[in-house]
Design a protein around this ligand. Structure first.
Ligand code: SF4
Length: 402
């Protein structure tokens, strides 16, 4: 099987469109940015060396102008969101990543582990207004593949039309190890039980020397990529992420982007890249350098320019808030995640973003950036437009479908 997501939900001729766009002076007169533009137009990718120079570029606004051009060449002025609910399966985890404020030991008074029945009850109040459940959790010491097969089967029986986006790479490895089966067998069983796609969590920084400090014991960089490659081989779409602002260097961030781009070249199933900064509350990483708002915007812009074969770049509002996320929509991001309903992982670490937003409010936020809000499904194959962000929906023809 071969899934290729170079342009889902967008213009497959984006490089040609880019060549026909008017170039703002700040890009045209800048040797690095104009050279990046020509590289992308001619079908090339930005090298690591140039990527590092973008991380140091002295004009963030010019960088954002180029990133915004690239975004518009792919998606015009459309910005995507979906109607989803986050449910965490358990906060009990056998690992203790130093950046993680979410995990608890199994004897902790706030530790929990949802049964399949509990999980369905969490979905029920939202079930008539969502089409996706995003479910990740800790590495439970006892749960094997049987638990997840029962969980997914129960959810799909109750809500057959809700897409299940679930499990990080390390959860999948943990389930496989606990069950004595391969990652491929694990994914095949989960797929048969109703798994629809895999979120990108757990990538952190794909440099093992950094991982050894911030999340020792977690999967290696190559194991993260391998799990996603196996999923792509099984025709399971996945996302990929980056946690920045811990102890990594700017070079490490570029290494991370290049590794994702190379993996996408091989297996082709990444739909969306989701970079987000480390939030320090209740974590155990006092040496973290943290990331400023302008660094977040820069990371979005550089990601858009570097990741020419991953179609969507998400401004993850659950992590960095609605105001900064909407600003990122003018710096190359084309997606702002969803209505969410409930969120624990980022809020335990200090996020103040409001959860359970109405679609109309999200659409209005998108419109405030001069963009058209487009509601999407989980795999970017069905779209409806929120006209003028007043809640009027119009079904869009699918374009750029895989
Ligand atoms: S990040 Fe995931 S694997 Fe690491 S401690 Fe937290 S829940 Fe466990």
């Amino acid at each position: 099987m071969d899934i290729r997501f170079e342009s889902i939900g967008g213009n497959s001729d984006w490089r040609t469109r880019l060549s026909g766009m008017s170039v703002p002076d700040c890009v045209a007169t800048d040797s690095i940015l104009s050279s990046c533009l020509q590289t992308l137009i001619s079908g090339g990718s930005i090298s690591s060396e140039v990527g590092i120079s973008l991380m140091h570029h002295d004009s963030l606004s010019a960088l954002c102008s180029l990133a915004s051009m690239v975004k518009k060449s792919r998606f015009d002025n459309r910005v995507f969101f979906n109607e989803n609910l986050h449910v965490n399966t358990t906060n009990i985890c056998v690992l203790a990543c130093r950046f993680c404020a979410f995990r608890k030991g199994s004897r902790h008074p706030e530790a929990y582990a949802l049964s399949a029945k509990d999980f369905v009850e969490r979905i029920e109040p939202f079930s008539n207004r969502i089409d996706e459940v995003h479910a990740v959790g800790g590495l439970h010491p006892d749960w094997t593949i049987d638990h997840y097969v029962e969980l997914y089967s129960t959810i799909k029986n109750a809500y057959p039309d809700i897409h299940l986006k679930s499990l990080t790479a390390i959860e999948i490895i943990h389930i496989a190890e606990r069950s004595g089966i391969s990652v491929k067998q694990t994914l095949q069983s989960l797929l048969n039980s109703g798994l629809g796609s895999i979120p990108g969590g757990g990538a952190e920084i794909l440099v093992d020397s950094v991982r050894n400090v911030i999340c020792r014991g977690k999967e290696t960089s190559s194991e993260y990529l391998e799990v996603h490659a196996i999923a792509h081989d099984l025709d399971i779409p996945t996302n990929c992420t980056m946690l920045f602002g811990t102890i990594e260097t700017l070079d490490h961030r570029i290494d991370h982007l290049v590794k994702l781009r190379e993996q996408q070249e091989e297996s082709g199933g990444f739909q969306c890249f989701v970079p987000y900064p480390f939030l320090p509350d209740r974590s155990r990483l006092p040496e973290a350098q943290l990331a400023s708002s302008s660094e977040v915007v820069r990371m979005i812009a550089v990601s858009r320019i570097m990741l020419d074969n991953i179609p969507h770049i998400k401004a993850y509002r659950m992590n960095f808030g609605d105001h900064l996320a909407s600003l990122c929509l003018t710096a190359g991001a084309d997606d702002i995640d969803g209505t969410v309903g409930h969120e624990e992982i980022m809020h335990e670490a200090g996020s103040m973003t409001s959860v359970d937003m109405e679609s109309e409010s999200l659409a209005r936020m998108i419109a405030s950036t001069g963009s058209i809000a487009v509601k999407r499904n989980s795999t970017y194959t069905k779209f409806s437009i929120f006209e003028n962000s007043i809640g009027t929906q119009q079904i869009l023809p699918v374009y750029g479908q895989r």
